[in-house]
Design a protein around this ligand. Structure first.
Ligand SMILES: Cc1ncc(C[n+]2csc(CCOP(=O)(O)OP(=O)(O)O)c2C)c(N)n1
Ligand SMILES: [Mg+2]
Length: 555
C-alpha cells in the first residue's frame, strides 16, 4: 500500500509506557503494584529492560546510580501513595544529585481523598526537591509524558510523573509517529569577558588548581588541556572522582576524602577553579581549603555559583565549552606557564595521591581487623575494572577514598542526602549499568542491615559483586559524635550479628574476616564464575576513622 497505519487504540498507561520507551528510557527499576502494573508492562514490551527491586527505595537508588553512570534517563516505577513514599529517600537522593530520572507512579483518581492510597503526591514530591508532573487527562497524556521526560533530560531533574488510576484506564488513539522528540539544546557558552578574566587569573597564578566535579564528567579532556596550558594541578570533588585518572599532575579527591598531603597542596594554591563542582562543605573541608586564594566557579546553572561558598568570579557555561575556550586563549595570552608544575611538586603529587601509599598505625585487636589494612589489601586484590560504591557512617571513607577507581564511571557516592543505607541498591544499579565491571560496595553494618533486602535482587540478577561490611556492631558514627559528651550509648550499640549467615540465607557467597589471613577466601571467589554476590563480614574494632577524627560536621 505504501503507507502503514500506525494508529492503535490503547490505554493511557500503555501509551505513556510506549512514549517513554520511544524517547529513550534506558532501563526501568521498580516495585510493581496495581497502580503501575500496566505502564511497567508497556515499558517492558517496548524493549526497555526491567529490574524488580524488593523495596521502592532500592528501586530509586538503582535508577539513580544507573543514570549517574550512563547519563541516560532511567525510570523508577512505583505504586501510588505508599509505593511512592517508600521511594522518597532514594528519590530525594537523585533530586539532590540532579540525576535525570522519571518516576512513573500511580495516583488516586482526582477527588478520591478517602482512598487509602491518597496523599497529595505533588506536594510530597515538591517538598523533597523533585519535580512534580502528572498525566492530566487522556487527551494530553502523550504530551504530558514527553514533557516529563524532557525536563528530566534537559534540566537534569528528577521528575515524578503521577498517573491517576482512572485516567490510566481510558482509551486513546496512539500513533508513535506523532510523539514529538524532546527538544535539543546546545551547551551554553561563556561570555568572552568571563573567559578573559578566567584566563588572566590562571595566567598570573603561581600555584593554580583546577577541580572537576560531576558537572565536568564530559569535560575531562578539555580540563586536562587547560590545566596543562596553565600549569595547574588537577583534583576532583568526591562526585567527580576518577575524572583525571592517569594524569600525572592529578591528585585524587579534594576535601574530606583527600590525603593530608593532597589537602596541603590544594590549601597552598593561590587560584582554584572549580568546574561543575558545588564547593560544598565536604569538598572544601568546611571552607578550610578555599581560604586565602582566588576562587572561580564554572557551572551551567547560575544558581550553583556561590551557593555553598562565596566565589570571586562566576563563569556561566557548559564546563567543556568554557575549558576549551579558556585553553585556547591561555595558549595565546600566556604561553608556556609552569605554574604549580615544578619537579618537586611532581614528585609530591605521586606520593600523596592515593591513600594506599600513606602511612598509618593499624589498630591491633584480637578477632578484629584494621579497616585501613583490610581496604588497602582489597584494593590490590580486586580487579581495577570496578565500580566503587560507598555508604555513609564512620567507615564511609574506606571504600570512598581508599579504593582506587578506573575512571569517573567507576565511582558512585550516593550521599547527596547523607542517608545511610543507599549503598547496596546503588551498587546494584551501577552494576546493571556497567555489566563488564565488578561492583564493589563498602558499607557499615548499620547501613547494610537497614536495606539488605536488595541482596535478593542481586542474587536474582546473578550479579557478581563484592560487598564489604565494616562491622563494628554499632552506629559507630553516633558513638564517635557523642564520645565524651554522653555515657549512654545503648541506643546505638548492638550485639554481634552474623552478617555472613544472613547473606548466605539470601543465596550469596559470604565469609567472615577476623584476621587478615581470612582474606584468602577472596581469590577462589574471584577465580570462580562470579555469578552471585560475595558478602565479606569484616569484624572491625570500634574506633574513630581518620575521616571522623578530623570532621566537625554531623553524621
Ligand atoms: C537514613 C539515615 N538514618 C540515620 C542517619 C544517622 N546516621 C549517620 S551514620 C549512622 C550510623 C551508621 O552505622 P554503620 O552503617 O554501622 O556505620 P558506622 O558509623 O558504624 O561505621 C547513622 C544512624 C542517617 N545519616 N541516615
Ligand atoms: Mg557500624
Amino acid at each position: 500500500m505504501g503507507f502503514e497505519i500506525l494508529m492503535e487504540r490503547v490505554s493511557v498507561a500503555e501509551a505513556v509506557g510506549r512514549t517513554l520507551a520511544q524517547l529513550g528510557a534506558a532501563h526501568t527499576f521498580g516495585v510493581v503494584g496495581s497502580g503501575n502494573f500496566h505502564v511497567t508492562n508497556a515499558l517492558i514490551n517496548a524493549g526497555v529492560g526491567f529490574t524488580a527491586a524488593r523495596h521502592e527505595m532500592g528501586a530509586a537508588c538503582m535508577a539513580d546510580a544507573f543514570s549517574r553512570a550512563t547519563g541516560k534517563v532511567s525510570i523508577i516505577s512505583l505504586h501510588q501513595g505508599c509505593g511512592l513514599t517508600n521511594g522518597l529517600t532514594g528519590i530525594a537522593e537523585a533530586a539532590k544529585c540532579h540525576t535525570p530520572v522519571v518516576v512513573v507512579t500511580g495516583d488516586t483518581a482526582d477527588g478520591a481523598v478517602t482512598d487509602n492510597f491518597y496523599i497529595d503526591q505533588d506536594a510530597a514530591v515538591a517538598a523533597i526537591g523533585a519535580r512534580p508532573a502528572r498525566i492530566h487527562s487522556a487527551a494530553t497524556a502523550v504530551e504530558d509524558a514527553v514533557k516529563a521526560f524532557e525536563i528530566a533530560l534537559v534540566e537534569r531533574a528528577t521528575v515524578v510523573l503521577s498517573m491517576p488510576v482512572d485516567v490510566q484506564e481510558e482509551l486513546i488513539d496512539f500513533d508513535p509517529s506523532l510523539v514529538r522528540p524532546v527538544k535539543q539544546t546546545l551547551a551554553p557558552g561563556p561570555s568572552p569577558e568571563s573567559v578573559s578574566q578566567l584566563v588572566d587569573a590562571l595566567g598570573q597564578a603561581q600555584r593554580p588548581v583546577i577541580v572537576g566535579g560531576r558537572g565536568a564528567w564530559h569535560a575531562g579532556a578539555e580540563l586536562r588541556q587547560l590545566a596543562e596550558a596553565s600549569g595547574a594541578l588537577l583534583a576532583t570533588s568526591a562526585a567527580g572522582r576518577g575524572l583525571f585518572v592517569g594524569d600525572e599532575w592529578a591528585l585524587d579527591i579534594m576535601g574530606g576524602f583527600a590525603t593530608e598531603g593532597a589537602a596541603e597542596l590544594i590549601a597552598n594554591a593561590d587560584v582554584l577553579v572549580a568546574f561543575g563542582a558545588a564547593l560544598n562543605k565536604w569538598t572544601t573541608r568546611e571552607g578550610t581549603l578555599v581560604q586565602n586564594k582566588q576562587i572561580i566557579q564554572v557551572d551551567d546553572r547560575r544558581a550553583a555559583i556561590g551557593f555553598h561558598n562565596p566565589v570571586d568570579l562566576g563563569v556561566i557555561g557548559d564546563t567543556a565549552v568554557v575549558a576549551a575556550a579558556a585553553a585556547e586563549l591561555m595558549a595565546q595570552r600566556y604561553p608556556q606557564r609552569t605554574g604549580y608544575r615544578t619537579p618537586e611538586i611532581h614528585a609530591r603529587v605521586q606520593q600523596v595521591r592515593y591513600w594506599k601509599d600513606q602511612e598509618f598505625t593499624p589498630i591491633v585487636e584480637p578477632g578484629r581487623v584494621d579497616p585501613q589494612e583490610l581496604i588497602n589489601a582489597l584494593d590490590e586484590l580486586l580487579p581495577m575494572e570496578r565500580v566503587v560504591v560507598t555508604d555513609g557512617g564512620n567507615v564511609n571513607a574506606y571504600a570512598g577514598a581508599h579504593l582506587r577507581v578506573p575512571d569517573q564511571r567507576g565511582y558512585c557516592i550516593p550521599l547527596s542526602f547523607q542517608a545511610i543505607g543507599l549503598g547496596l541498591a546503588s551498587a546494584i544499579g551501577a552494576g546493571v549499568s556497567q555489566p563488564n565491571r565488578l561492583p564493589v560496595l563498602g558499607t557499615g553494618d548499620g547501613a547494610f542491615l537497614m536495606t539488605l533486602v536488595e541482596l535478593d535482587t542481586a542474587v536474582r540478577l546473578n550479579m557478581g559483586m563484592v560487598i564489604v561490611v565494616f562491622n563494628d556492631d554499632a552506629y559507630g558514627a553516633e558513638v564517635n559524635i557523642f564520645d565524651g559528651q554522653s555515657q549512654q550509648f545503648d541506643s546505638v550499640l548492638f550485639p554481634d550479628t552474623d552478617i555472613a549467615a544472613i547473606a548466605r540465607g539470601y543465596g550469596c557467597d559470604a565469609f567472615t574476616v577476623r584476621a587478615m589471613s581470612d582474606l584468602e577466601q577472596l581469590q577462589p571467589w574471584l577465580d570462580g564464575p562470579r555469578n552471585r554476590p560475595l558478602v565479606i563480614d569484616a569484624k572491625i574494632p570500634r574506633h574513630k576513622s581518620w575521616m571522623m577524627a578530623r570532621e566537625i560536621v554531623t553524621y
